[in-house]
Design a protein around this ligand. Sequence first.
Ligand code: NDP
Ligand code: OXD
Length: 357
Amino acid sequence: MRLSDESQQFFMATRVGPPSESAGGAADAAGGSGPYRQGEDGEASMRTKAILFGSDFDAPLPFREVFAREFPELDFRIWPDAGRVEDIEYALIWKIDDGVLRTLPNLRAILALGAGVDQILKDPAFPAHVVLYRLLDAGLAAQMSEYAIHAVLDVHRRMAEYRAQQRRREWRRLDAVHPSERTVGVMGLGVLGADLARKLSVLGFRTIGWSRTPKSLDGVGCFYGEGGMAEFLGRSEITVVLLPLTPETQGIINSKTLRQLPRGAAIVNIARGGHVVEADLLAALDSGHLSRAVLDVFHDEPLADDHPFWTHPRVVVTPHIAAQPIAELAMQQILETLRRLEAGETPMGRVDPAIGY
Ligand code: NDP
Ligand code: OXD
């Protein structure tokens, strides 16, 4: 989740009171001066409840403001200034250095600042006994579908060829295909993929989807599991990847699966770079088997200056912006998750670390 300046202003504007002194974050935390220190007569009573924030994307201050107001009993600490690690009951993170979570002995729950959690679960020392919650939609679905539909229509309406013609001042009509004759496949029919599949179907595309377990979606031909993969790929002229990155989906777009796509197919990856074996994708593009790749995510981000994707004539690159959580919606969800945890209720969006999403 990346908070923009406007979002920061939103949080500042909705603040109802002055920031609690106890919300001083790192400095206060390091000094152990949280608001609910209960006494001075023993280790247990000295404990301050704290939440640790860790992100290299998100600005912490708007969160600190909101937490000071909504959860004044929680001392807000910003990694790497964790203060007394025994105090930390919650971690609010996009990602944090490997091994850090394991050093928090009283950690009760991890709240992810994103929909994907591979960047958290990749920690070899991830404390699997601690519950992990992720963002559900939080404004992402509409943006993901917008991005994917833009890419699908660009391919379907042969816009790259028209752009090339324009550069040559060439006036030439190309054949068109009716959407009912075009099959678009969505890999991953979860919160984001299901939204996209429904919208593609409404646009009249022959829409198919692939998931891990069986699904049923109006207007969408659903395939699942390894058994359904070959048929799904064989039909999919434009494939949108919306899978989580897990041990099973790592490198799922490779020379074998690319060969299973129809000749001239296009691929849109808006999930994670780790889904794609980049050398295999380049080979498929160079051979003409694949006509186009629209890529928002990469193995290494930012994409290196000398990466061949930047200049490949069949590749479109965007900098991991397919969707960004809407700050207000994400914050409401995070606060509700915490509220439920504090009340002993069950929050939404629990991740199963055993399957990776
Ligand atoms: P969900 O967990 O809701 O959905 C995941 C879907 O993938 C489910 O349909 C699931 O199947 C399917 N799936 C998982 N593993 C497999 C497998 N091995 N084989 C086949 N299908 C599988 O995730 P979201 O829709 O919320 O998010 C998807 C991903 O999008 C995130 O994990 C994240 O990586 C990425 N993302 C990228 C962003 C960007 O800006 N580029 C922004 C936000 C998210 P089943 O339904 O059977 O469980
Ligand atoms: C996510 C993202 O939320 O990539 O997973 O932004």
